[in-house]
Design a protein around this ligand. Sequence first.
Ligand code: AMP
Length: 304
Amino acid sequence: MIEFLALSPVFDTGFKLYRMIEVIKEIEKIRHLVEKKRAEGAKIGLVPTMGAIHEGHVSLIKLACEMTDYVVVSVFVNPTQFGPGEDFKKYPRNPEKDMRTIDSAGAHCIFSPEISEMYPGEYSTYITVEELTKGLCGRSRPEHFRGVTTVVTKLFNIVDPHIAVFGQKDAQQLAVIRKMVDDLNMTVKIVTGSIVRAQDGLALSSRNMYLSGEERKQATVLYRSLCMASEMAASGVTEPEEILGKVREVITGQDAAKIDYIEIVDKDRMTPVTKISDSSLLAVAVWFGKTRLIDNIILNGKNG
Ligand code: AMP
C-alpha cells in the first residue's frame, strides 16, 4: 500500500507542477517497485536513516541522487540497535516533516516499515562483525552494532541497491558496515558522506534536540577540541597521548561534559595507533547531561 503522497512543488510555471514521493511500508511492495526500476535500467541508491531528518541526512540523500537514478530513503527506528535503558521510546519521530524534507532533497521513495514487518514474531537471526565492534561505542553499547548490521543487511536484501550512503559522523558504524560488506561478499558499494555541522561546529544529530540550552552551548567544545587536535597533528605532533591529553583537558573544562571515550584509532581497524598518520581517526563520545554525543575527525588526512 502506498500510504500517503506528499505534494511538493518542483517548479512553478503558472500552473503548479507537483512531484510525489511514495511512502511504502511493506517489504514486498518496495521490492517489487525497486525491481521494476532496476529492470528499466535505473541505478538504485539507498540511504538508511532512523528519521528525525536533518541537513546531515539531506546531504547523504543529495549525494545518492547525484550517483544514482532512483533513491530509496529508509526511515526506521530500529529497536535492535538500542540497549536496555537507551532512548528507543523517546527517539524523535516526525514522519510528516521527514517526508517533506526527504521529498525536497530529491529522493524518489521512502521505505518506512513497522517493527512487525522487519522483525516478525519468531525473528531470530543476527549478523555480527566481531573485532571492529569491541571498542569505542561497542564498549558502552554492547548490542548496538549487532542491531545495526542486522538491519542494514535486511535493508540491503530488501532494496538490493547498487550503492548505499552512510555518514562519516558514525565512523565506527561506517567501518563496521564496510567490513561486513567485504567479509560477506555483498555487491553494494558503500559511499561516505562528510559530517554536516551547525555554524558553531556541533555535528548535526537527531539527539541534539535532547540538549538543554546550556548543554547545547557546552557541546560546541567537541568540534573545538577536534580542530585543536587536527592542528597539533598538522604541526607535526605524532604522539597520540600528547594529543589525547590536550583534548581531554579541553573537554573536561566544560562542567556538563562527562567523557565516555576519547581515542585515536586506525580509521578502518578501529584499534589504537601508536603514531599519528593520515589514517588516524580521533573519535570522541561525551555525555552532556543525559545526552551522549559522538564526533570524530581524521587527523592529517581527508575528512569526508
Ligand atoms: P541516523 O538517522 O542517525 O541513524 O543516521 C542516518 C545516517 O545519517 C547515518 O549514515 C549517519 O552517519 C548519517 N548522519 C548522521 N548525522 C550526520 C551528519 N551530521 N552529517 C552527515 N551525515 C550524518
